[in-house]
Every structure is written in structure tokens, then in C-alpha cells.
Write a protein that binds this ligand. Structure first.
Ligand code: ADP
Ligand code: ADP
Length: 226
């Protein structure tokens, strides 16, 4: 069966209007799923429910055969990357990367090895001792990406992670994310309103409009007429 399933998921914030109307999606392990749609169409709400920061109004979310709707966020084993990278400013890059491993009680030697491995993976091997304020926006976003991946979560959520970057940097980061996805094989749910971004990176795209998925297909199939 699917690794991740949304089953008849609905969300209302005010007990009147549904901002997510009846969301159903099966995701296989290793897929790169993009939720594409205009602002206010319900994409982030789906992500927040998956992360556990918002409850579902009705329906179920199932990860690896287990319903998670009553599971605390930190127990869902999900990595996240947002537009405002939110690295800890008072910690070095290496300490930022070590943090998710430390809270999971990994031993010090293993943390050091893993941090170095991920610094190399994002081609920032010599940046471990710097602070976030000493990096460029693109570098900070690569570190944020590495920090979301470093504890090997079963799922990665990204909400407009490239929204704050200029066009050139955004294209570089698209390539970087694709490369890491191919290399590491993690499962991604990616939110954007940028069609080009969605078409470039996704295995499948769910097109949102007003709380409803209008189409869900691979990029090549998406805009073909039936
Ligand atoms: P998108 O990510 O596609 O921009 P959102 O999921 O953020 O869409 O928003 C969907 C709808 O839900 C919008 O009408 C938005 O105003 C509303 N909404 C989002 N978050 C909240 C919240 N915390 N409280 C009340 N309404 C919200
Ligand atoms: P502490 O002395 O409290 O362990 P450190 O600043 O030495 O704090 O390191 C925090 C974590 O980040 C440690 O787990 C360490 O293994 C890792 N770390 C620190 N600096 C580097 C670095 N330059 N390269 C790789 N890992 C590092």
C-alpha cells in the first residue's frame, strides 16, 4: 500500500467554511509530491495537518499504516523546511545541524560524523564553524535543508522554501533539492504557487483551488487535454 495516505481530510478553522474540502492522496515512498495552487487555496493547511500543527476537522492521515491524527508533531518523524529558514542564530552551522540529532540522543561521535557527512553533502564542508549571519541566503537555505534531512525522517515537508530567494538562486536550489532527492531517496511534500518550480522537481503535482484538488498527475500528463 501507500506510504502516506490522506483519507477524506477536511479542515475548517471557523466551524463554518471548509478551507480543505475533501482531500484524498496516496503517496508512495520516495515520491516528490507538489501541492500547487494560488494563495489561500489550502496547501499550507494540508501541510500543517500532516506535520501535526493543526488538527483535522474530519478524515484521517495515515503514515506507514498508522493513523497519525492523534500523534504529537515531534513523534511523527517529519523534517520541515520553510521560507524563513529559522536557523538558530546563536549556534554555528555545525551546531544547527547537530541539534536534531542531539534531541534524539544520538551519541557525540556519531553526531560529529553525521554533521560532517551532511556538510559535505551540501558542499559546505568548511562552513561548520560559521554562524548563520555569516552566510548568504542560498547557503542558509542549504543548511536548513540539511538540518531537515539529517535525522533521516520518513517524510520531508517544504512550504515555499525558495520564496525568499531571487530567480537565479531559486533555480540553483531547485537543482540542489532535486539532486539530494535523487541521491537520498526521501519522500517530499512540497508546497508552492510557482508552476515552473512544480514542473521541474515533482514526480506528481496536486493542483489546488479553493480547498479542492482539481487535478493530480505527473508533470508530463498535467496539461494534456483528455
Ligand atoms: P495556501 O497555503 O494555499 O496559501 P492556506 O492553507 O494558508 O492556503 O489557507 C487556506 C485558507 O485558510 C485561507 O482562506 C486562509 O485565510 C485560511 N487560514 C489559514 N490558516 C488559518 C488560521 N490559522 N486561522 C484561520 N484561517 C486560516
Ligand atoms: P559541545 O562542546 O557542547 O559539544 P560544540 O560546539 O563542540 O559543542 O559542538 C556541537 C556539536 O556540533 C557537536 O556534536 C559536534 O560534534 C558538532 N560540531 C561542532 N563543530 C563542528 C564542525 N566544525 N564540524 C562538524 N561537527 C561539528
Amino acid at each position: 500500500g501507500a506510504f502516506l495516505s490522506f483519507r477524506n481530510v477536511k479542515k475548517s478553522y471557523d466551524q463554518k467554511t471548509l478551507v480543505v474540502k475533501d482531500f484524498n492522496l496516496d503517496v508512495q515512498k520516495g515520491e516528490f509530491i507538489t501541492l500547487l495552487g494560488p494563495s489561500g487555496s489550502g496547501k499550507s493547511t494540508v501541510l500543517m495537518m500532516l506535520a501535526g500543527f493543526e488538527g483535522v476537522t474530519s478524515g484521517d492521515i495515515v503514515i506507514a499504516g498508522q493513523s497519525v491524527t492523534r500523534t504529537a508533531p515531534y513523534r511523527r518523524n517529519i523534517g520541515m523546511v520553510f521560507q524563513n529558514y529559522a536557523l538558530f542564530p546563536h549556534m554555528t552551522i555545525a551546531e544547527n545541524l547537530a541539534y536534531p540529532l542531539r534531541v534524539r540522543k544520538m551519541n557525540k561521535a556519531a553526531v560529529k560524523d553525521r554533521v560532517n557527512e551532511y556538510l559535505r553533502l551540501i558542499e559546505m564542508g568548511s562552513f561548520g564553524g560559521r554562524y548563520p549571519g555569516q552566510l548568504s541566503g542560498g547557503q542558509r537555505q542549504r543548511v536548513a535543508l540539511a538540518r531537515a534531512l539529517i535525522f533521516e525522517p520518513s517524510l520531508i515537508l517544504m512550504d515555499e522554501p525558495l520564496g525568499a530567494l531571487d530567480k537565479k538562486l531559486r533555480e540553483q536550489m531547485q537543482y540542489e533539492i532535486t539532486r539530494l532527492h535523487e541521491q537520498l531517496g526521501f519522500t517530499v511534500i512540497y508546497v508552492t504557487h510557482d508552476q515552473t518550480e512544480a514542473l521541474t522537481m515533482s514526480s506528481r503535482i496536486a493542483v489546488f483551488n479553493d480547498g479542492v484538488v482539481q487535478q493530480c498527475a505527473a508533470p508530463a500528463q498535467l496539461y494534456e487535454r483528455p
